[in-house]
Design a protein around this ligand. Structure first.
Ligand code: 9WN
Length: 443
């Protein structure tokens, strides 16, 4: 049990320092030894409280591996780490087969939720007045890369112009093992997936906290299919066996466009950029509104391959709440679902703890990856949006409950929402990062 706020702050800073690989941060010491895209964006939010320059280095290192299409790869391999330290290793991805991949970097061929502009804005807001000019200059240099990433998502990942981003792999969603993916994943042909050895179940001995073996085989089949197509965007859009319009990813994208507009204005960016970002934002907001489902009281993902709506009850369905410009009526309804017995007021759960899957969903599994446990970073996204949209009390309830879990259980990757038991990896960077931000908000 970490008793004082000062002790908690010191411990959080020590986690980031311990995972610092020199300019970028490993998500966790053993389970995730390379650089992950959205983990680094969250890490930057934490670093901003210790050293704003270091926070920007994190994102500069990530964007140095950006593909020419604009894709920010979900994983950038550290060449100093042994091949067998993480599966899939860089050879399995073979990103050099992609015409658009940058020379000199081995990466994965997927994206992850685009929290980068949100993180950049937070770093800017956190920095000291005395370093403003320096920070502004470095943000100015990053801005075109972030804009290219958003352009890629708004175009290549939404050729339909629906306002919703298509993901081609559960790993892109950030919420890999969510029940949201059960139906589309079950339809993925496994065929003769070449043998592989999982590392995750060697690091996390308790297999019931990680995805099942059959799901992993499907993840690998999808990876192999993308590599075999040499990451050709149009072939993948037409034929890849997994293609889902992801409401969480799309809501993060909309919120990130709101942040990018602020960054644009802060930098005095070109007028055509402002117009483009505003269009992407309006389109996403409208797409999210169309995804509303009155039966579940949530916004839902849609499977492009079958045309069916995916009716899981998860945090993703509430994610339009992250968007400040959301229609007031829809906000009101989503807030009602968030506070209902299906989420924050579920009698079986610790009060104020946001589960990734509702206990009301038949797939709820309180200890398994993305199927029930609570993730502090997901809570952070909701906290920060609720605090900005006039829901200070609710935001505070989320923050206090999440801080309590960390104070009692340490900087775990995720927590059992019924008991608060820490699960997954210990010393997870993004958990420490959001704790630093929460403590600063309190101060
Ligand atoms: C696959 C690093 C990443 C997070 C994801 C989380 C998990 C990887 C894995 O770890 O995914 O990308 O091996 O399970 O689901 O959100 O970015 O922390």
């Amino acid at each position: 049990m970490i008793r004082s706020r000062l002790e908690l702050r010191r411990a959080a800073a020590a986690v980031l320092a311990g995972n610092d690989a020199g300019g970028w941060t490993r998500p966790a010491p053993r389970l995730y030894p390379h650089q992950w895209s959205w983990d680094s964006a969250f890490a930057a939010i934490g670093w901003a409280h210790l050293d704003a320059g270091r926070a920007l280095t994190e994102l500069e290192h990530l964007f140095a591996a950006q593909w020419r299409t604009g894709l920010v790869p979900y994983l950038v391999y550290d060449p100093a780490v042994a091949d067998d330290a993480y599966f899939p290793d860089s050879a399995r991805w073979a990103s050099h087969r992609a015409a658009a991949a940058p020379a000199g970097h081995a990466t994965g061929g997927l994206g992850q939720p685009p929290v980068h502009a949100i993180a950049l804005l937070r770093v800017w807001e956190t920095g000291w007045a005395s370093e403003r000019e320096q920070l502004r200059e470095r943000i100015r240099r990053l801005y075109p890369a972030v804009l290219a990433w958003h352009r890629y998502l708004a175009t290549a990942r939404d050729p339909q112009g629906s306002g919703l981003v298509t993901v081609y792999h559960p790993w892109e969603s950030g919420a890999d093992n969510s029940p949201r993916w059960d139906a589309p994943l079950a339809a993925v042909p496994i065929g003769d997936v070449a043998a592989f050895t999982r590392r995750d179940t060697q690091v996390i001995a308790d297999a019931d906290q990680r995805p099942s073996q059959i799901d992993y085989r499907r993840y690998v089949a999808l990876l192999d299919a993308m590599r075999e197509r040499c990451f050709d965007e149009s072939a993948i859009a037409a034929e890849h066996p997994f293609a889902v319009k992801d409401v969480f990813f799309s809501a993060v994208f909309a919120a990130a466009n709101e942040a990018l507009l602020r960054l644009h204005d802060l930098l005095g960016g070109p007028a055509p950029d402002r117009l483009a970002i505003s269009r992407w934002l309006d389109r996403s907001t409208a797409g999210l509104e169309r995804a509303w489902d009155p039966v579940t009281g949530l916004c839902l993902d849609a499977d492009l391959r079958t045309g069916s709506v995916l009716a899981s009850q998860t945090f993703a369905g509430l994610a339009p709440l992250l968007v400040e410009g959301l229609d007031a009526n829809l906000r009101h309804r989503l807030l009602a679902t968030l506070q209902s017995v299906r989420f924050l007021s579920a009698p079986a759960l610790c009060p104020g703890v946001l589960p990734t899957t509702s206990p009301d969903d038949p797939a709820f599994d309180p200890r398994r990856y993305w199927r029930g446990p609570t993730w502090p970073v997901i809570t952070w996204l909701f906290w920060s949006a609720l605090a900005r949209t006039g829901q200070a009390d609710l935001a505070e309830q989320l923050r206090a409950a999440a801080l309590e879990l960390v104070a009692a259980g340490g900087f775990a990757e995720y927590f059992d929402p019924r008991t608060g038991e820490p699960l997954g990896s210990a010393d997870q960077s993004w958990t420490a990062a959001v704790v630093l931000d929460w403590l600063a908000a309190e101060a």
